[in-house]
Write a protein that binds this ligand. Structure first.
Ligand code: SF4
Ligand code: SF4
Length: 336
């Protein structure tokens, strides 16, 4: 399978990557054996770009798969992206060391400041960013960057000389794209100067980053599952964004891996529509911050607070209108 250079990092990645959040505790909660088998299937098919994070708790699936990949020349050489929500130097240092230890690595391929909520957030996490810079200088990480849903943060990385890669949210409907540019305050947003942004704004930021040699890859091509019935159109759009090196998609089953591989090889039936009959809108409890925006938005009164103060959807009242997902500032509402 063709591999794309991820900017100037020296890393070569498949045009579709594999997100491992799907298989973890907050979603499918696969056994270690099942999760590792799905990862190995992806590597066998040539999908070598694997996304994980400190809080996904998916290193346990990656470790046995990586051990196997080191022994099997038929498997694609994996490129691992991990990230941490750490806010300070010590937290980020610990997160990187935990990752290296959990995956039995001397050097991480790519480690990111996870979910940067605009430049104000990046600035408050300066210590964590400095830790990534120091760890790269010491050889513990090959490349560093940020993941973000925010246009302003993505765009600003073009001026950040230490930044090698940006993992940005972009999809054909523009679901979940935000920015902190101070023009219009979204009354539903808990974040200062945070408003919804259009996909064209993120596309423009991606072009700018690519022109600087920064490796860009994107997430949420299916808008958290809300656009999944347009599977091909979503991937066609995301893969064709100028400057985008790879599209990370959540893969939790062998069938999902095979479908992604068929898409890449051009063998996917043009009329393919995923079977979503067993799927429903739900709140990812590991992402929800309990802000209440979705509760106010749902005119079907299908969302309530659970005992942990987080939002939860009652499937018997939900009409799958999808109105709640775009208003969630952290993309915690998914269709799965
Ligand atoms: S699901 Fe999103 S919008 Fe709803 S309470 Fe949680 S963070 Fe807020
Ligand atoms: S999809 Fe519609 S009905 Fe279902 S929880 Fe969201 S807003 Fe409410």
């Amino acid at each position: 399978m063709v591999k794309h250079p991820l900017g100037k990092t020296g890393l070569l990645v498949s045009p579709l990557g594999m997100g491992t959040l799907t298989m973890g505790f907050s979603q499918m909660n696969l056994s270690v054996e099942s999760g590792a088998a799905v990862i190995l299937r992806a590597l066998k098919k040539g999908i070598n770009f694997l996304d994980t994070a400190e809080y996904y708790d998916t290193y346990r699936y990656l470790r046995p798969a990586l051990d196997q990949a080191r022994r099997d020349p038929d498997l694609a050489a994996p490129v691992i992206c991990s990230k941490s929500l750490a806010k300070d130097y010590a937290g980020m240092t610990r997160a990187v060391e935990d990752c290296l230890s959990a995956l039995d690595l001397d050097q991480a391929d790519l480690f990111l400041l996870h979910e940067v909520r605009g430049m104000p957030d990046f600035q408050t996490r300066a210590g964590a960013w400095q830790a990534l810079r120091d760890l790269k200088a010491s050889g513990k990480i090959k490349a560093i960057g940020i993941s973000t849903h925010h246009v302003d943060a993505a765009r600003a990385m073009a001026e950040e000389s230490a930044c090698d890669a940006v993992f940005a949210l972009c999809n054909r409907a523009g679901l979940g794209i935000r920015t902190c540019d101070g023009t219009v305050q979204d009354p539903h947003s808990p974040f200062l100067q945070d408003r919804p942004a259009r996909r064209e704004e993120m596309e423009s930021a991606i072009r700018l980053l690519a022109a600087q040699g920064i490796g860009v890859f994107t997430m949420k091509a299916f808008g958290g599952g809300n656009l999944i019935t347009d599977y091909r159109a979503c991937l066609d759009y995301a893969c064709s964004i100028p400057g985008n090196c790879s599209v990370m998609v959540g893969l939790g089953t062998a069938d999902e891996v095979d479908t992604a591989a068929d898409y890449l090889s051009g063998r996917l039936d043009p009329a393919y529509v995923p079977d979503t009959s067993g799927k429903r809108m739900k709140v990812d409890q590991s992402d929800c911050e309990g802000c209440g925006t979705c509760v106010a938005r749902c005119t079907s009164h299908a969302i309530h607070w659970n005992d942990h103060g987080l939002a939860e959807i009652d499937p018997s009242k939900c009409v799958h209108c999808g109105y709640c997902a775009p208003v969630c500032p952290v993309r915690a509402i998914i269709f799965q």
